[in-house]
Ligand binder design. Structure first.
Ligand code: TEU
Ligand code: CA
Length: 538
């Protein structure tokens, strides 16, 4: 077990993200709940993880599955009670598992008491907790758009003002310029710290310093002042782990969020490696492996000694990685392991998203069966704009957020053992083959591969401390890199194709120990999606 009284303990840790609604239902209403998480703590302990990032469990009208909070100090009754939450923290703690809560500080629900007061009158003491601008019904303050479609301004006729929402109209943005609001948030955070929560994941923290009048959302001029104040007033304990979600982060700004001096957050979730082949168009062609490798090199070297990164390929907003960069057919198991080794060999703190350790895959549903508001709004907007339904569906199949939100597959029993009732979102039909029970019965499963990766990170300091060197940067099929400290040397080789490639062992690694591979014996070549992790001491 890690010594969590050491202030950088999380540098050797591995976290696991639980999306409560989809993890385990215990009262058969089709919705996952807190007792369901408690029920599987032994499973998570067996995997070897040190902490759980829990997606929001607060009271919420669930317009965005809890990312719309109506009371930050209570638990959504659908998921359980405060007693269940206390029990989860306690039971997890007994197993060496720290609970990290999701903090949505950029916006609340429109049903939060603060917002109800704020919109009741311009003179309400809480009016200024949100962002208001004058206007008439047809003249919004400007043409900014919301991330989930439609305008970013919604009119409240009773007071003749618009409020700003970066996301949906049900998620009004909090006004961080107001020091009273900020203090209110810090007090709320202390409530959870005092309950024994070990840290926080900060939702869209890069936009809290927005200035809508200048159309600035990311990286507002006071952003880092706010984060430093948060650190001083709310995250007082040096051992708390804090991770900021920042889609806009680049290497230079990540050094601020995740500064080595601890003045802001422990680490950052940045997405550059996942945006290479999306509409961001850093590189528009397929999976640009060469760009991906250079992206990782830039981050691994750029933050070395100056900041700390997180390592992840999936979360509740992203498609399943084996469907995206691997092969979710014939080579599902091989490619899922390869992607895991590629990620876990690097410097940073790994996060595993529920089901990733099973190689769960994307899903294709008829449009009516999707739940996510982003998917629904996107479908409506593109339909209105004249896109062909087939093209819209293709893009939902590839990127839609519900790909990652289908219920956890525990067994081959009905509803995958997730629930006895019809789940809120369909189970992926491949649950009969891909499930926890099958994984635990098979010593060569993806689950046990992750278990080994987690153990290796604890065993060898090179995973935490080693420098990063990219080998053969221009090779379009194989991703190989080394990690080095004075005494320890690690080589990670990953074949990203279903072709057999020549082996690329650097001379120094001939005769090195194989720590891990996804094929039983080396063959002198790299088979489809083969990965090897070699180790030596000098
Ligand atoms: O996500 C931030 C965010 O920008 C996402 O909307 C992302 O761009 C999109 O999902 C990609 O498809 C966070 C949460 O992780 C997400 O679940 C919430 O919906 C969002 O904030 C609002 O709180
Ligand atoms: Ca339930």
């Amino acid at each position: 077990m890690l010594d969590k009284t050491k202030k950088d303990w999380w540098k050797s840790a591995v976290f696991y993200q639980v999306y409560p609604k989809s993890f385990q239902d215990t009262n058969n209403d089709g919705i996952g709940d807190l007792p369901g998480i408690i029920q599987h703590l032994d499973y998570l302990e067996r995997l070897g993880i040190d902490g759980i990032w829990l997606s929001p469990v607060y009271a919420s009208p669930q317009k965005d599955n809890g990312y719309d909070i109506s009371d930050y100090r209570s638990i959504n009754p659908q998921l359980g009670t405060m007693e269940d939450m206390d029990k989860l923290i306690g039971e997890a703690g007994k197993r060496g598992i720290t609970i990290i809560m999701d903090l949505v500080l950029n916006h609340s629900s429109n049903e939060h008491q603060w917002f109800l007061e704020a919109k009741s009158s311009r003179t309400s003491s809480r009016h200024d907790y949100y962002i208001w601008r004058d206007g008439t019904p047809d003249t919004p303050p400007n043409d900014m758009r919301a991330a989930f479609g439609g305008p970013a301004w919604t009119y409240v006729p009773e007071i003749g003002q618009y409020y700003f929402h970066h996301f949906s109209p049900w998620q009004p943005d909090l006004n961080w310029e107001n020091p009273v609001l900020r203090q209110e948030l810090y007090d709320m955070i202390r409530f959870w710290v005092e309950k024994g929560v070990g840290g926080f994941r900060l939702d869209v923290i890069d936009v809290i310093g927005k200035i809508p009048d200048r159309k600035i959302t990311d990286n507002g001029p006071h952003l880092h002042e706010y984060i430093r104040e948060l650190r001083q007033k709310a995250f007082k304990e040096d051992t708390l782990v804090t991770v900021g979600e920042a889609w806009s982060a680049r290497v230079d700004t990540a050094k601020l969020y995740a500064a080595a001096d601890g003045s802001e957050l422990s680490m950052v979730f940045q997405f550059e490696h996942l945006c290479l082949d999306t509409d961001g168009k850093w590189d528009p062609i397929g999976l640009p492996l060469v760009s991906l490798k250079k992206c990782y090199e830039r981050w691994q070297q750029g933050l070395y000694g100056t900041g700390w990164n997180s390592l992840f390929l999936e979360n509740h907003d992203l498609p399943r990685i084996v469907s995206r960069w691997g092969d979710d057919g014939q080579y599902r198991v091989e490619s899922a392991k390869m992607l895991a080794a590629m990620t876990h060999g690097m410097q940073g703190t790994p996060y595993i998203y529920q089901g990733e350790e099973l190689g769960m895959t994307n899903i294709e549903l008829p449009i009516e069966l999707y739940d996510d508001l982003e998917i629904k709004n996107m479908y409506a907007e593109r339909t209105a704009a004249g896109y062909a339904p087939k093209d819209i569906m293709e893009s939902i199949y590839a990127r839609g957020r519900d790909n990652a939100r289908t219920p956890m597959q525990w067994s081959g029993e009905s509803h995958a053992g997730f629930s006895q009732a019809e789940p809120w979102l369909p189970v992926n039909p491949n649950y009969t083959e891909i499930n926890v029970k099958a994984a635990l019965d098979d010593p060569n499963s993806i689950f046990f591969f992750y278990q080994k990766l987690i153990a290796l990170r604890k065993q060898y300091a090179v995973f935490r401390d080693g420098t990063f060197t990219l080998l053969n940067p221009e090779d379009e099929k194989c991703f190989a890199y080394t990690r080095d400290t004075e005494e320890e040397h690690l080589l990670v080789v990953c074949n990203f194709t279903e072709e057999t490639l020549p082996e690329v062992l650097p001379e120094t690694f001939r005769g090195a120990e194989t720590l891990l591979s996804n094929y039983p014996e080396p063959s002198g070549a790299l088979r489809p999606y083969e990965t090897r992790m070699l180790y030596l001491r000098t």
